[in-house]
Write a protein that binds this ligand. Structure first.
Ligand code: SIN
Length: 286
């Protein structure tokens, strides 16, 4: 196995490994590299069937169920832990979620009390261009904050919105808008949290829209969140994945944000995603 860092604030390529036939020793090395490279690893040139993909994901912990689609079903009922991310429409019905839209910076399902600690995507069909996925290190971004900002953020909590997905669509059963911010559904998490495995402090953010800092009045909360998203998404804290067939990308939702570029709806893009449950919510950094 050869591990080659991207040279950016996060991410490394893992070469010469077959994820369908992984020894425990190789897995231990992968797990450590994942922590060492700020939570993003790419495994090029993989060939995985659905069982192999889910078996690799399950090495990291218990798998979460995939979100159900607008018809109330799993995308692949025979594999309820497997989410299909796709813009492909067959006989008028989408085969997966997120379509061709841009998806804004977020970490997965942070609107839940216990969000998944990790997510894994496997590229099966790709457009000729578009649909690149960007990642940001929220640990590197925290470290670079001025001391007075670190003091200002300490002890603050953020409400993460569960009513809309990352491409801005209201989820089934949720309202488009809420009169009072307190009515917005979702979980509350510390704004500065501690990564349970590395001990590093992170700026813990989800989707920007409708999120708010509970201890601040609306105007101040919006201004501070806008400032934090602008900071975290600076080029020095980010890296962009340009997908190739067979790429598997693993990310740590506890210390990264990710986003996706829009793509031409006439091009096909199809990826499989699995998510790994966490054992405890993020705790506030001391
Ligand atoms: C996701 O946000 O889980 C999907 C990202 C992508 O489509 O690249």
């Amino acid at each position: 196995m050869e591990i080659v860092p991207t040279g950016a604030a996060l991410g490394a390529d893992v070469w010469n490994v077959d994820l369908a036939n992984l020894t425990d020793t190789a897995f231990a090395e992968i797990h450590q590299s994942w922590l060492d490279h700020n939570g993003v690893l790419r495994f090029p040139c993989q060939r995985l069937d659905d069982n192999g993909f889910l078996a690799f994901a399950a090495r990291f912990g218990e798998l979460d169920m995939a979100p159900i689609n607008a018809n109330g079903h799993y995308w692949k009922p025979e594999y309820p832990q497997l989410a299909v991310i796709s813009n492909v429409v067959l006989d008028g019905k989408p085969v997966g979620s997120l379509g061709s839209y841009e998806s804004k910076w977020h970490t997965d399902m942070s609107y839940n009390e216990l969000p998944p600690k990790a997510s894994i995507l496997y590229a099966i069909e790709l457009p000729r261009e578009g649909g690149d996925t960007g990642f940001a290190s929220t640990a590197a971004a925290y470290d670079a904050l001025p001391e007075d900002m670190k003091k200002r953020l300490a002890g603050l909590t953020c409400k993460h919105d569960s009513s809309h997905n990352s491409v801005g669509q209201a989820r089934k059963g949720f309202a488009e808008a809420y009169e009072k911010r307190e009515d917005i559904p979702g979980a509350v998490h510390p704004l500065v949290a501690m990564h349970p495995e590395t001990g590093r402090k992170v700026i813990y953010l989800g989707r920007r829209a409708r999120a708010y800092i509970r201890e601040l009045p609306p105007g101040e909360s919006d201004a501070l969140l806008d400032e934090l998203y602008a900071h975290v998404s600076k080029p020095e804290f980010t890296w962009t994945q340009k997908w190739r067939h067979g790429d598997v990308v693993l990310w740590d939702n506890r210390c990264t944000l990710h986003r996706r570029d829009a793509l031409d709806p006439n091009e096909r893009r199809l990826l499989h995603r699995a998510q790994i449950k966490d054992v405890a919510p993020m705790s506030a950094a001391a």
